[in-house]
Design a protein around this ligand. Sequence first.
Ligand SMILES: *[C@@H]1O[C@H](CO)[C@@H](O)[C@H](O)[C@H]1NC(C)=O
Ligand SMILES: [Fe+2]
Length: 423
Amino acid sequence: MGSHFPGLALSVLVIIIGSVHCYNRPPPGKTLFVSHDGDDSSPQQVHISQVGQDKMRISWITESPTPAKVQYGPSPSAISFSATGTTSSYHYTLYQSGEIHNVLIGPLKSNTVYYYRLGDSTKTYNFKTTPSQFPIKFGVVGDLGQTEWTVSTLNHLGKSNYDMLLLPGDLSYADLVQTLWDSFGRLVEPLASQRPWMVTTGNHDVEKIPVIHRTPFTAYNARWQMPFEESGSDSNLYYSFDVSGVHVIMLGSYTDFDPESSQYKWLQGDLQKINRGKTPWVVVNLHAPWYNSNEAHQGEAESVNMKTSMEDLLYNARVDVVFTGHVHAYERFTRVYKDKGNNCGPVHITIGDGGNREGLATRYQDPKPEISIFREASFGHGIFEVVNASHALWSWHKNDNEEAVASDSVWLRSLSSTTACKV
Ligand SMILES: *[C@@H]1O[C@H](CO)[C@@H](O)[C@H](O)[C@H]1NC(C)=O
Ligand SMILES: [Fe+2]
């Protein structure tokens, strides 16, 4: 699909960009390349994302033009509904993407398996919608990439029976090589075609090249369209949605966040609109952690300045949890605000341990700050299981010899049910 940017120039660019991220890490995993198994008109890179309470956006790519049409229904023998959508494509230097199809389907029943077919293809896929009320189980993982470690993480996630995936940035680690976005789409399809994957951006998703390609997030925005209009946002790079009693907010660490920015103003308005009676839990996802006791990515502008700009907003709105990535390791903080333990602040969790090619961030600040409760440089994923309006179980599952081993877990209480934190 498409053509490659001239090899040598590209390697130089990759080296320049790669050198920004050099840490003393264990042997990084090699990038896997997943090829397309089918002809030019057959669907590939299928993924789904939730839109509003009862709709799903179905996204896929074909190499040749095919109809943007989804047929769906509650059993493989009753695929009786049909919807059409849009097709787009993008250029990136000399690369030309395939036909990117997006179709919105619904209304759908909650907690229900649907079967679907794409375009004129006879292949049947299926997904399960999210439950309309508690309990709901989120898979959470950032910095996925596409190595053998990513494969372990995805296998473990697949067995966890999660309802929805939250991905706080750094998806493919394509790092300008656009065919690696295609490969990533194929790698995650078995999971991403079955459960909604809700994503936000990391530094590896920016992909700007001085002079040559000035627009940021070209591939990300074309391939991973998220439901931003529905939350009054003007950008695919920040949005929110309600699911089963949880208000989920996705922010962009590499998009303007100062108090004059549209992201900031949108966030302020979004937080004001939250009805804790309807969504007792509020969860934020962003890439560059505001709290971090790893040596990696200390003091970066995106972390420090975004925290300075937005921490008061999240604290005053009694956000329960902030999931971040960027640092390739796991770390859980206590409830914090302005660098101190605070019972009414969010729990910050770094879950940038998906398994990308850069390897793990193994060096930690010594001694461990008191506000850091658990930290470990291993690959893995998190499960955030919201049991009811007041209780949720967070657990971290590390990849240990191909097994997913529960290594840290904690019960969290929602701040909306904590009398001392009432606003
Ligand atoms: C919520 O779940 C927790 C943990 O299972 C339980 O202890 C508590 O009683 C539940 N609360 C309600 C109102 O059901
Ligand atoms: Fe990152």
